[in-house]
Ligand binder design. Structure first.
Ligand code: UD1
Ligand code: MG
Length: 440
């Protein structure tokens, strides 16, 4: 066993991901709103590696962007997991430590298992015993438990397919030997690929044992298909819901609340069933989110009340004690402290002052077909029911708008604006009308 060995992590992410049937590189598919590769990088970072190098294919600029500040190297042709490590060798020149090679399609690796792998002298490989080993490399071990060899699923005989111990795909290899061993890989297999899984046999010939470190199959499962992606999403959601509850939030029916990897939820927050959090949401203490609300990219302060059936869109801020009720859409807008909009409104590009009251059916017409315009609504302003506010417009502090108004001019502080046709009453008209119609 060795302690404190310097570590470099190489993450293989150049594969085509054919089985996903997608235009998006496999490792960019999101789990709880975050690309799967970023989950893996987060775990790799916990090992304090000297470097993290990500191997991509030539047309994967989005992967390079997602993994910044870590560097990417390009594998020009996808000729197998063994070949994929080669482009990283330049960046590993002179590195005196071990290289942890991880597969980019296994986002939920356990840090403790990786640490165990690092501690062994020589090589180590991660193994799992899944319920169904289909598609995975099978592991043949010596009597002392060290690895004899790995046989890829497609190269297995029917008897070998019965082996339960499977290759999780992740290796820890001393850098001093890596280049030499990679150079000896051949493509004499069904897929005509350079298999990383052939390294242990090459190493054994040079007198190195490969240690097998078993991990929990639930957590180590390559994502090759959309179904496996959905399985991982389910696992991520369970983790995130549990974390939110541990931090003091009540989720009345946790299985119906969808969180993002970066969702921040304070204590004594109550979340009713069927609520969805997209990326970039923070929720302050004591806020209540009623059922069927959809929230993304929003900062929600303490003691806010949202929904049921509210949609809070990105770049929105709901300040302390704001209320956004049923069938309200808030988009790129600020709701001031204690401001209320309780029913059926669209609030877009608006800065709404503290304690303002937005009546039912208010629509802010923020778009003229070409540009978006801002509306400012002052503190304690009162917007009458069914008002249309045509932006850009400034509504003063304490101003009032009569119900049913269309407002396209600024309103001074404490003024009252009426923007509708005046009502006229015609005495007895209804009686005459009925008479004419029915002949009475
Ligand atoms: C691999 C292992 C298999 C193991 C399984 C566990 C090999 C040969 N097989 O199979 O033993 O049981 O993982 O999940 O290692 N990649 C590249 N360049 C390539 C090919 C692949 O970067 O040329 C990357 C992919 O982006 C992916 C990872 O390597 O992130 C694994 O590739 P994948 O094709 O999914 O391998 P599996 O068939 O799952
Ligand atoms: Mg895979």
């Amino acid at each position: 066993m060795t302690e404190n060995t310097p570590i470099a992590v190489v993450i293989l992410a150049a594969g085509k991901g054919t089985r996903m049937k997608s235009d998006l590189p496999k490792v960019m598919h999101p789990i709880a709103g975050r690309p799967m590769i970023n989950w893996l990088i987060e775990t790799a970072e916990k090992l304090n590696p000297e470097k993290i190098i990500v191997v991509t294919a030539p047309d994967m600029d989005d992967v390079a962007k997602a993994v910044r500040p870590y560097q990417t190297v390009v594998q020009k042709q996808q000729r197998g997991t063994g070949d994929a490590v080669r482009p990283a060798l330049d960046m590993l020149k002179g590195f005196q430590g071990k290289v942890l090679i991880l597969l980019g399609d296994e986002p939920f690796l356990d840090k403790n298992i990786l640490e165990k792998m690092i501690k062994w002298d020589g090589l180590s490989v991660m193994a799992v015993r899944p319920l169904s080993p289909a598609g995975l490399g099978r592991m043949v071990v010596h009597d002392d438990g060290t690895l004899d060899r790995i046989i890829e699923d497609k190269d297995c005989t029917p008897e070998q397919k019965e082996i339960r111990l499977c290759n999780a795909g992740n290796f820890c290899i001393p850098n001093a030997h890596l280049e030499n061993w990679l150079a000896q890989l051949k493509t004499d297999n069904t897929q005509k690929e350079y298999y990383l899984t052939d390294i242990p046999q090459i190493a054994e010939k040079e007198g190195f044992l490969t240690y097998v470190v078993e991990a929990d199959a639930q957590w180590v499962w390559g994502i090759n298909t959309r179904s496996e992606l959905a399985e991982h999403e389910r696992m991520a959601q369970t983790m995130l819901r549990n974390k939110a509850m541990e931090n003091g939030a009540t989720l009345i029916d946790p299985n119906t609340v969808y969180l993002s990897a970066d969702t921040k939820i304070g204590k004594d927050v109550v979340i009713e069933p069927n609520v969805y959090f997209g990326s970039g949401v923070s929720v302050g203490d004591h806020t209540v989110i009623h059922a069927f609300s959809h929230i993304e990219g929003a900062q929600i302060e303490a003691n806010v009340e949202i929904g049921p059936f509210a949609r809070i869109r990105p770049k929105s801020v709901l300040k302390q004690g704001a209320v956004v009720g049923n069938f309200i859409e808030v988009n790129r807008s600020v709701m001031g402290a204690g401001a209320k909009s309780k029913h059926l409104s669209y609030l877009g590009d608006a800065i709404i002052g503290d304690k303002a009251n937005i009546g039912a059916g208010t629509v802010i017409a923020n778009y003229d077909g070409f540009n978006k315009h801002t509306t400012t609504i002052g503190e304690k302003a009162f917007i009458g029911t069914n008002s249309t506010i045509v932006a850009p417009v400034e509504i003063g502090n304490g101003a009032m708008i009569a119900a049913g108004s269309t407002i396209n001019k600024d309103i001074p502080d404490n003024a009252m604006a009426v923007g509708r046709a005046r009502q006229k009453n015609y005495a007895g008209w209804a009686t005459e009308y009925r008479k004419a119609k029915s002949g009475e």
